[in-house]
Ligand binder design. Structure first.
Ligand code: ATP
Ligand code: LTN
Length: 333
């Protein structure tokens, strides 16, 4: 039986944190053999908010290096940069014309992000889900592994695909979101009631994948908890719960084992042990990253190879869509 096709994306902005790692990247790596994977560095999504051009370029290369260092194998999975395949923008425009305004106005991520930016908000940020739908639908994707925050965007993708198919006949495969049961939403260390986010730049908000052991220890020690003592998984105590979820994911132990291990111990011990676990958990990735980035040309070669692999698939889908909606082709000869 043919393997199911997976597509997922990650923005080359800010510093990649353990929320991205536990909620997305480590899972992409874990299921690499099971599926046919396409992973995309979504730089066109990144420019929906202001970016420094030099920084965006270097973050794109850094992210590719981090994904490889985390264990994405370019022989098993396709890894490419969104703007290198022009069909992403092209299909997004066409899909725009099939998405009612009302669907877009319901998107909670836009509501949250636009509140932070006020009058500087771009049309691109509003239209972000159409570009995401294009990413997914170009490749006849079966499954879209994402964190909890992206579920609504995958639902919109399904809706627009169904709408298009009902007008023009079967064209797009209807994708399913793949949302992890644990770790879909790692919370900020400084504020465990809001999700850990790349665009939050407070120093103690997140552990980043390239943080030094000292930085990791300090950030985790400073994490916000409550004034209670008992170490238990309990969603009504978001601070300690978040730390225990991170512990669970890095240690691969059961919740019972973890609670038994910390019985009679306090939050300080949880923090110290967790910091040690995260430092050791990230060490191999950090070492591989250092080796990989010794030759910057290698990253460029892999970027090009990935784009060349997916271009024919994307081009075939866009040409089918153009034909169906009646965009005339120039007939040669
Ligand atoms: P921002 O908050 O700036 O929008 P982000 O941290 O959400 O950025 P993305 O590039 O949008 O990062 O997301 C990459 C992947 O990481 C997505 O699959 C997303 O669902 C997942 N992800 C992001 N934040 C978390 C989190 N706090 N916990 C678990 N998964 C997360
Ligand atoms: N919007 C996603 C990133 C993203 C994506 C995608 C994820 C862009 N295109 C396609 C899955 C499939 C985010 O912010 N995490």
């Amino acid at each position: 039986m043919a393997k199911k096709r997976v597509f997922s994306g990650i923005q080359p902005t800010g510093n990649i944190h353990i929320g991205n790692y536990l909620g997305a990247i480590s899972r992409w790596v874990a299921t690499q053999k099971e599926y046919e994977n396409i992973f995309c560095i979504v730089d066109l999504h990144a420019i929906t908010v202001p970016q420094d051009p030099t920084e965006l370029k270097s973050k794109t290369r850094e992210l590719l290096g981090l994904l490889l260092a985390a264990g994405i194998d370019p022989d098993m999975s396709t890894l490419f940069v969104q703007s290198h395949v022009k069909e992403h923008a092209e299909l997004a425009w066409i899909l725009n014309c099939f998405i009612p305004m009302g669907w877009m106005q319901r998107m909670t991520q836009f509501k949250e992000k636009s509140q932070k930016q006020k009058e500087q908000v771009s049309v691109g940020l509003f239209d972000y889900p159409a570009l995401m739908a294009s990413d997914i639908l170009l490749y006849d994707t079966d499954l879209v592994p994402v964190g909890d925050d992206q579920k609504q965007h995958v639902e919109l993708t399904r809706d627009v695909a169904q709408r298009f198919n009902s007008i023009y006949g079967p064209t797009f495969k209807i994708p399913e979101p793949l949302i992890p049961q644990v770790g879909a939403r790692i919370m900020g260390l400084d504020d465990p009631t809001s999700k850990m986010s790349k665009s939050e730049d407070k120093p103690s908000h997140a552990v980043h994948l390239l943080d030094t052991p000292d930085e990791i220890l300090n950030k985790i020690r400073r994490a916000t908890t409550d004034s209670q003592k008992e170490v238990k998984f309990d969603e009504s105590r978001p601070g300690i719960n978040n730390l225990l979820v991170i512990y669970e994911l890095f240690s691969h132990k059961s919740r019972q084992e973890i609670e038994d291990h910390f019985a009679g111990k306090g939050y300080a011990e949880v923090k110290n042990e967790l910091a040690e676990l995260v430092i050791e958990g990230l060490r191999p990735l950090q070492e591989r990253y250092k080796e990989l980035t010794e030759d910057p040309n290698e990253i460029d070669r892999l970027m090009e190879k990935g784009a060349e692999k997916v271009k024919p698939v994307a081009a075939a889908k866009v040409s089918e869509v153009k034909e169906k909606v009646g965009l005339a082709r120039i007939c040669q000869g």
